[in-house]
Design a protein around this ligand. Structure first.
Ligand code: H2B
Length: 98
């Protein structure tokens, strides 16, 4: 199930498939900073990510300052990481790279 809490080993395996994301010290979330050329590109990225998040019914914790977007992903319902966090992370990586 996508919303089942992943154990440490499963998190480590999925994290190895991502670049630029780091695991929080408590192991309950992953985060990445995205940098764009300007605010317009940052906001376009956020728009695409927001639509994907709605489709997945899985939403990022994030903040934006000008051309920087800081993203933290975790699954609030289980108090940790699930497959959905890694799915959204991959989509966000893709949106940031094209
Ligand atoms: N997003 C995140 N990041 N974690 C959740 O646990 C979560 C969510 N739960 N989006 C969803 C919505 C839940 O509240 C709804 C009712 O499906």
């Amino acid at each position: 199930m996508a919303r089942e809490k992943l154990d440490r080993q499963a998190v480590a395996a999925l994290l190895a498939g991502l670049e630029n994301w780091t695991l929080a010290d408590d192991g309950k979330s992953i985060r990445r900073r995205f940098e764009f050329r300007n605010f317009s590109e940052a906001f376009a990225f956020m728009t695409r990510s927001a639509l994907a998040a709605e489709k997945l019914d899985h939403h990022p914790d994030w903040s934006n300052v000008y051309k920087t977007v800081d993203v933290t992903l975790n699954t609030h319902d289980v108090g940790g990481l699930t497959a959905l966090d890694f799915e959204l992370a991959k989509k966000m990586d893709r949106f940031a790279s094209n």
